[in-house]
Ligand binder design. Sequence first.
Ligand SMILES: Nc1ncnc2c1ncn2[C@@H]1O[C@H](COP(=O)(O)OP(=O)(O)OP(=O)(O)O)[C@@H](O)[C@H]1O
Length: 343
Amino acid sequence: MISIENLSKYFKTDKQDITAVDDLSLTINEGDIFGVIGYSGAGKSTFVRLLNRLEEPSEGKIVIDDREITTLNSKQLRVARQDIGMIFQHFNLLWSRTVKDNIAFPLEIAGVPKKDRETRVEELIGLVGLTGRENAYPSQLSGGQKQRVGIARALANQPKVLLCDEATSALDPETTNAILDLLVDINKKFGLTIILITHEMHVIRKICKQVAVMEKGKVVEQGDVLELFSRPEKPVTKKFVEQVMGNQQEEDSMAQLLQRSEEGNIIRLHFVGETTNQALISQLAKRFDVDINILQGKITQTQGGAYGTLYVQINGEEEEIQKAVSFVLEQTSVEVEVIRDDG
Ligand SMILES: Nc1ncnc2c1ncn2[C@@H]1O[C@H](COP(=O)(O)OP(=O)(O)OP(=O)(O)O)[C@@H](O)[C@H]1O
């Protein structure tokens, strides 16, 4: 769907030359929610703005849906941009226009007749959950509602791609979650390809399947979100994973853990993309004659399923424990490691 080859952007200022995006190549599949994560100054905003040429590339090639964006003249670019919606951290709404007139704006520019515009605006208002607020002005809306207007406006011309530039960074955690849920919903409903840039790993965790980590204008690591959680290689990626999973070293060491619970079997359950969604611990306790005590752990949900580790103490007859462990191995994708076998 999107192919980016050797993309670079240089800025010249009085004091210095800056390479904001440095020879970046990426492929993004149709219907993906693709995350780009990096710290401030990594070049994320510049990168995403190059995709619709809000920023002119210095070098490189961008192809979106078989159309080479980088060679279009300004008239062709205006048409191509109707297929590329964008939402922003600070919403970029027109303050003198109501919700409905903000959403109608791109339709006016595209020359959609008034009657069709009204029908489409109504549809969009329902889609983003703003029914009843049609005639409000942006100043009368909460941050979450403003971003809903931004999303509706971005979707007005039925784009194939949606670019999200730190779209939830100005929102509180609860509103962030609601907006991310809306993006997932739209992605599923319309098969829209979403590229989302952020400095927050929990945003990536919650909605992306694929992620690229940016540092100093380059993609330093890239892949499936679950894989990156499991095997982060670069220090910057490890730090982002810690944002969600915490710092392993800060948790009790295995020696302390074993010391604290002096007897009993201890097993480690490692979840990588477990999607069966069963209440694993209570299932074990119900199906087998065992007692389970959770010692330590952290599990988080990703688009690819649950990720994380639980250390549990499991007590009972040896045979029952064996059956419980076999159940986990055979019926789920959770990995089991026996840390201490007391049998
Ligand atoms: N118009 C510009 N003129 C000069 N330098 C720029 C311009 N836009 C961006 N830069 C520089 O390019 C680099 C990358 O900036 P960019 O905004 O893309 O990073 P970012 O990862 O999005 O960070 P942030 O989240 O803080 O915006 C920075 O060093 C920035 O100062």
